[in-house]
Design a binder for this molecule. Structure first.
Ligand code: NAD
Length: 422
């Protein structure tokens, strides 16, 4: 047990637990349920041996953590990144539990990952890594058990290999085992840009609440992957001026607003630095986070806004596209500055909401039109925004605390109703 705690003891896990404990304390959550929910329900550590193209064998560390399954199968992405560790995966799994409960989805939370730099692998190596990782976590996953999805460093192709590996083992096609798949094998229309669309939907509600609107708003986005790129595109289409975007190698900035369609057409993942695309001037990630703007969207990794830079953040609204981008110390500074923070488990829940739609379509074998998906996403995420805002006003707590308390309360009630087995 001690060693499990040691493995879990990372800054991201401590952040998730500290947030949970503050919310649980305010809720007066039952002590036994509290003890259970500070830890994962199940955590699997796997070694993933991969035959490299030069015929050598490299072994990678992989994880799958299920935080809670009281409400249904667990749901959560798979991350391929060199910093992946058990504590981070467990923290992300815990946030998935609260996120699904807040949106009213019949899921618990999970997360997985492999400690690897995917851009350093050939396509064939990446496929072998994905298939072996899937085989190793196979006892845990399944459409009624635990349903992976894309996260940092993974995409629709990786999901297709996971679905195929699982289906080969079962002997028949099981599209519902993962979400974020290509359309050709049971993916959903609207899943690709769902997280960015959801970030935009809640940012629009926050603007309205503050008496502002999207036309005339200025935006800065850290991270130009699935979440960041689509958020920048959709906000640009909605009339906002996107001042800056970035990736690991820094970013680009234009005071007049970036030409996002041109930037997208010239940018291919992380292959080419953004500032070599001929759109805007170079800006560092540190400077981007401190730009004066209406909406700042961190859409890369966790702990980007800390007590070191929070005082210099100059946005009106912070919409957390990434998971855990703000530390608790930074949160207090942002609150004092009067910045309207839309917390991660609310702001980026568009991804898991449309993943839920994809799973429903796969299980029912009946597929919806894209407009239906957008409308239903809009309905669920804006209702969650307003419920959370009302809760925060009624209880006089931040929007983050309100979101956490709402999600945790639902899980607490489910545990109380089900009772302790045996
Ligand atoms: P991605 O791999 O598609 O993109 C990540 C982007 O962040 C890349 O552009 C990368 O270059 C950039 N990046 C990485 N480290 C950075 C750094 N230190 N500074 C600046 N940029 C950096 O990943 P994604 O799916 O877009 O996920 C981004 C975040 O959003 C993660 O925190 C993830 O957990 C969260 N999230 C993703 C989804 C989803 O549907 N994909 C849903 C909810 C939350």
């Amino acid at each position: 047990m001690t060693s499990l705690y040691q493995e879990l003891e990372t800054p991201t896990f401590r952040l998730a637990v500290a947030q949970f404990e503050e919310a649980a304390e305010r809720l007066g959550l039952d002590g036994n349920i509290r003890g259970r929910l500070t830890l994962p329900q199940r955590a699997l550590i796997v070694s993933v041996p991969v035959r490299m193209d030069d015929k050598s064998v490299k072994v990678f560390m992989g994880y799958r953590v299920q935080h809670d399954t009281a409400l249904g199968p667990s749901k959560g992405g798979v991350r391929f990144h060199p910093d992946v560790n058990l504590g981070e995966v467990a923290a992300l799994a815990m946030w998935m539990t609260w996120k699904c409960a807040l949106a009213g989805l019949p899921y618990g939370g999970a997360k997985g990952g492999v400690r690897v730099a995917p851009e350093k692998l050939s396509r064939a190596e990446l496929q072998r890594l994905t298939r072996r990782y899937t085989a190793e976590i196979l006892p845990l996953i399944g459409p009624e058990k635990d349903i992976p999805a894309p996260d940092v460093g993974t995409n629709a192709q990786v999901m297709a290999w996971m679905m195929d590996t699982y289906s080969q083992e079962m002997g028949y096609a099981v599209p519902g085992v993962v979400t974020g798949k290509p359309l050709a094998i049971g993916g959903s229309l609207g899943r690709e840009d769902a997280t960015g669309r959801g970030v935009t939907d809640v940012a629009l509600e926050a603007l309205r609440h503050l008496g502002l609107n999207m036309a005339g708003a200025t935006v800065a986005v850290q991270g130009f992957g699935n979440v960041g790129m689509h958020t920048a595109r959709i906000m640009h289409e909605a009339g906002a001026k996107v001042l800056a975007v970035s990736n690991t190698k820094g970013g680009v900035h234009s005071a007049r607003g970036l030409d996002i369609p041109t930037l997208r057409s010239r940018y291919q993942s992380n292959v080419r630095p953004l500032h070599e695309c001929g759109v805007g001037e170079f800006i560092s990630n540190d400077d981007l986070l401190q730009l004066e703007c209406t909406i700042l969207v961190p859409a890369a990794l966790s702990e980007q806004i800390t007590e070191k830079n929070a005082a210099k953040v100059r946005c009106r609204i912070l919409a957390e596209g990434a998971n855990g981008p703000t530390t608790m110390a930074a949160d207090r500074i942002l609150e004092e500055k009067g910045i309207f923070v839309i917390p991660d488990i609310l702001a980026n829940s568009g991804g898991v909401i449309v993943s839920y739609f994809e799973w429903v379509q796969d299980v029912q074998k009946y597929f919806w039109k894209e407009q239906d998906i957008r409308d239903r996403l809009h309905e669920i995420i804006t209702a969650a925004f307003h419920r959370t805002l009302e809760f925060s006003q009624a209880k006089k707590v931040s929007l983050r605390m309100a979101a956490l308390m709402s999600g945790i309360d639902k899980i607490g009630q489910a545990h109380l109703a089900r009772g302790l087995y045996p």
